[in-house]
Design a protein around this ligand. Sequence first.
Ligand SMILES: C[S@@+](CC[C@H](N)C(=O)[O-])C[C@H]1O[C@@H](n2cnc3c(N)ncnc32)[C@H](O)[C@@H]1O
Length: 243
Amino acid sequence: MNTNWTEHNIAELFDAYDDWEENTFGYQPLIADLTSSHGKEISVLDYGCGSGKVARRLRDDGFNYIADVDISPIMIGKAISAGGNHLHFEKIHGSNLPFSDNSFEAAISCFLFINIFERCELLRITTEVMRVLKPGGSYYILDTHPRTTGVDYPTYRNGEHGISYQYGDNRPVYLTIPGRQQPLEIVDKQWDLSTYRNTFAAAGLTLTTERSLPFDNSQLPAHMNEFRTLQDTKPYILLRATK
Ligand SMILES: C[S@@+](CC[C@H](N)C(=O)[O-])C[C@H]1O[C@@H](n2cnc3c(N)ncnc32)[C@H](O)[C@@H]1O
């Protein structure tokens, strides 16, 4: 069964999760690519924004306009109460986004595809993103790398040790929550890289970037020295497709 993001306890614990690793090795490379491709004077759609952690980073980094949508009213509520100045949060109702065609220079979805359990839903979301992107606009997907499972990263483990996950499997993910002994367990879907490529192609987007993002010891604070053996493992994938 997939993670119920409308459940209060899940929203609460996910919001308390320290996303240092996602930020260092995932969000920051995404933001750097977005900046070099489109600059910051742009409108960005954050689809599957959760409690707004990425949106606040984009805003604080100087991006012009950020619209944030999510299916979960609890996650949107958390995003608003965490400080929504200059951000525009909306709960998604039905299958259409409340934006006109050709509204955004860029859209991002971080850790959304692995939370969508049906291929047809991936395509529906991507087609809707395609509609609201301006011609030449980019859709960025950041997810955990489907081939990097069972690795003990500083704050999470994606899948059980020693198990090789196959396309379509449900995969447990364990997030360490500060001050709590038990990890938060959520369930992701095991897609493969062709799932992303085929979904973009079917929605009419052209894949322009596909990167495996590495764990990099030069970013590790001293108290995390025990994780230096993870150097060059690839915790995340970043894909960019253009309209
Ligand atoms: C793992 S969280 C990631 C949140 C945020 N992008 C981040 O990186 O912190 C996944 C989010 O996707 C949202 N979500 C799941 N299915 C969705 C859908 N069909 N449409 C929009 N959002 C969805 C959930 O409510 C949840 O907030």
